[in-house]
Design a protein around this ligand. Structure first.
Ligand code: PGA
Length: 257
C-alpha cells in the first residue's frame, strides 16, 4: 500500500493566483515521486481553478455538507464537490469541532454522505489534551459515533487521521508527538474499527497521522509509528518543505500491523 500524504491548506492563501502558484510548485516538485499518493485539500473557492492543474496530486476539499441540495445557506454539498472532480473530503477536523461546534452526529451524517457517494472520507479523530500512557477513550468514542451506519463495503474509501490536538503546531503550547504514541494510536484505531466491522474490513481502512508533520519527522511516523500516511497542515503551505515530505514518504516502505 502506498502512503498517502494530504496537504490541508486550511484558510490559506488569500487569492486564486497565490493558490495556483503554490499548487504548481508542489506539482512540479513532486514530479516523478512514485509509491506515494498526494492529495491537496483546497479551500472551496480554489477548487475549480485548480481542476486542470493538479495532475499528479488528487483534488480534496476540507469539508462538505450532508444533504445533496436544499435550503442550506452557505453549505457546499457532496454532489457539488463530486461534480467538480473532488475525490477526498476531510471531515471532523478538530478546528471545525472546536471553532464551529461540529458534533459527532453532524460528522457522522457527513461521513455517510461522502462514503455513500463513492468519495473518500478523511475522518479526523483525536484527543485535546495530552495524556500519558494509553490513547484516551474519547478517540474510540469519536470513531464509533462517526462511523455509525457506515456500510462495510464503503470502508475501503475511509481514511482515519489521528490528530492529537495538543500536537498541532499552530495551537498555543503545542507539544511534539512521538512515533511511540503514533503506533499506539494506530493500533487502537484499528482495534476499534475491527470491533465494529471485523478484522478484514478494518484492514481496508487507512490510518494516517495528523499531528504536526515535517520533512524531518515524517519517516519516523510512517516507519516506527506505522502510520500509512499523514495529514499536513502548516508545512503544506511551504512548497519546498511539502515536496521534501512527499519525497521522504516515497522512500519509506510501510510496515503494516
Ligand atoms: P499542522 O496541522 O501540520 O499545522 O500542525 C496539523 C493538522 O491540523 O492536522
Amino acid at each position: 500500500m502506498k502512503p498517502i500524504i494530504i496537504a490541508n491548506w486550511k484558510s490559506h492563501p488569500d487569492s486564486v493566483k497565490e493558490a495556483l502558484l503554490l499548487a504548481r510548485k508542489i506539482e512540479n516538485g513532486i514530479g516523478a515521486a512514485r509509491n506515494v499518493e498526494v492529495v491537496i485539500a483546497l479551500p472551496f473557492p480554489f477548487i475549480l481553478p485548480a481542476v486542470g492543474l493538479l495532475k499528479k496530486s488528487r483534488l480534496g476539499a476540507q469539508d462538505s455538507f450532508w444533504a445533496d441540495s436544499g435550503p442550506y445557506t452557505g453549505e457546499v454539498s457532496v454532489r457539488q464537490l463530486l461534480n467538480l472532480g473532488v475525490e477526498y473530503v476531510i471531515l471532523g477536523h478538530s478546528e471545525r469541532r472546536i471553532n464551529l461546534f461540529e458534533t459527532d452526529e453532524m460528522i457522522n451524517k457527513k461521513v455517510l454522505a461522502v462514503l455513500n457517494h463513492g468519495m473518500r472520507a478523511i475522518l479526523c479523530v483525536g484527543e485535546n489534551e495530552r495524556q500519558d500512557g494509553e490513547i484516551p477513550q474519547v478517540v474510540g468514542e469519536q470513531l464509533k459515533k462517526a462511523l455509525r451506519g457506515v456500510r462495510r463495503s464503503t470502508l475501503k474509501n475511509l481514511v482515519v487521521a489521528y490528530e492529537p490536538v495538543w500536537a498541532i503546531s499552530t495551537n498555543a503550547g503545542s507539544i511534539p508527538d512521538s512515533p511511540e504514541n503514533a503506533i499506539q494510536a494506530s493500533l487502537y484505531i484499528r482495534k476499534v474499527i475491527a470491533g465494529l466491522f471485523g478484522r478484514v474490513a478494518a484492514d481496508s481502512v487507512r490510518v494516517i497521522y495528523g499531528g504536526s508533520v515535517s520533512a524531518k519527522n515524517i519517516g519516523s511516523f510512517l516507519s516506527e509509528g506505522r502510520m500509512e500516511g499523514t495529514l499536513v497542515g502548516s508545512a503544506s503551505l511551504n512548497p519546498d518543505e511539502f515536496v521534501r515530505i512527499v519525497k521522504n514518504a516515497a522512500g519509506v516502505r510501510l510496515r503494516l500491523t
